[in-house]
Design a binder for this molecule. Sequence first.
Ligand SMILES: Cc1cc2nc3c(=O)[nH]c(=O)nc-3n(C[C@H](O)[C@H](O)[C@H](O)COP(=O)(O)OP(=O)(O)OC[C@H]3O[C@@H](n4cnc5c(N)ncnc54)[C@H](O)[C@@H]3O)c2cc1C
Length: 430
Amino acid sequence: MAGFNAGLNFARSYYVATAAPAPARPALEGLVKADLVVVGAGCTGLAAALYAAKAGRSVVVLEAGRVGWGASGRNGGQMIPGLRKGAVELVKMLGVERARALFDLSIEARNLVVGLVKDHGIDCDLSLTGHLLGALKPRDMAAFEAEVRCLNEVMAYPHAHVLNAADALAAVATPEFCGALVDDLGGHMHPLNYTLGLARLAESQGVRICEMSRAVTLDRHAGGVRVGVEDGAAVEASHAVLAGDALLTGLSSRVNRRIMPVANYIVATEPLPDPQSLISAGRAVSDSRFVVDYFRMTRDGRLLFGGGERYTPDPPADIGAFVRPYLERAFPQLRGVRFDHAWGGMVSVTFSRLPHMGRDGPVLFAHGYSGQGVLLSTLGGKLMADALDGDAAPLEQFAQVEPAAFPGGDVLRWPLYVLGMLWYAMRDRL
Ligand SMILES: Cc1cc2nc3c(=O)[nH]c(=O)nc-3n(C[C@H](O)[C@H](O)[C@H](O)COP(=O)(O)OP(=O)(O)OC[C@H]3O[C@@H](n4cnc5c(N)ncnc54)[C@H](O)[C@@H]3O)c2cc1C
């Protein structure tokens, strides 16, 4: 696949090696009319398509590559309830009422995904074992305690609790954590198989998905929109959904300037003899660094570990060698372990770490989940479909907190952002 995703070795990822069979879908040809055209077949686009079709709309999805080959099919699979901005910060920023509304929506995202998997029997290794956020410094524990208090008392969310150092060590065999925050409603799954399941569901509702169909033009006219693909074929529709996330270029400067694509890398080890000795309760785990390490076990006993970001679009020559020091820092007992898979993907980050969702006339958009899109992307898609169906209030809750555009326009935002992120990464190290 061309563009940002090129060279990230996805074809040799653990997910592709263990993917459910997926048919190749023919590219768009000629001029097609529909009620809704969706750009992007990740979870955002597929959920928008699914729910719009359920409401009776004819829907065409245009996908530049293959279904699920964006972030949706290649991520860490960590299901982390909430938003990337914690409850305490959210309340400080927005006040109790609006913070609570956004937080409730994020929990709806979790229940939506779990409900889809269970109701439709999507085979995606769903593991509702919880999410553990490890504290690296004593001051993180003070913040975790305040966070749990806020979750319990302000958000009326009783599912999070703190672990002391001994319990954290019993939960995760790393010397790094001095405590942890556990959310019992978290977990993990096989994200590519979930995405492929969502595509099948959407198709069962009559959605047409066109692969190898990159949208290159978006024109508005009195009756709606016309989205053209590279070879001249096009879809005319009343509405368009932009769901290209970190991989979207062109089409809408307002949308593109609000996210920054950041490359992130994952390895899957060989199957380990005693997986439970690393993560006893099988939770999804991440840590309190700004540049997060995250890991979990797979169904077949591998450690799937993500760590290290690069702020330039060129991938490291050897992704495994790039991730290894981060993995061995967390688990010195795995020094020299064999990696069977190593790949990368592009995460979209917003200035505020809140997703960017909203509407601009006939064009709706949802993206920028800032590393927490496994749950939020399905919700983002559904909220856009709901808005088309007259229930615009939930999408509007997010639209009201539109993240600032990155300064520098489409070209200069890169170097400015790199400087900012490097500063944060330095803070982790100090
Ligand atoms: C390496 C990595 C690890 C991550 N780990 C986690 C995690 O553990 N937990 C978590 O919650 N989140 C995680 N995330 C984030 C999460 O994966 C994303 O937020 C989420 O998948 C975004 O879904 P999406 O559907 O919006 O975008 P995508 O899945 O990226 O889908 C966008 C699609 O649009 C297509 N597209 C783009 N432009 C065009 C165009 N012009 N025409 C047609 N198609 C186009 C792309 O090809 C792509 O298939 C991770 C992301 C990465 C990359």
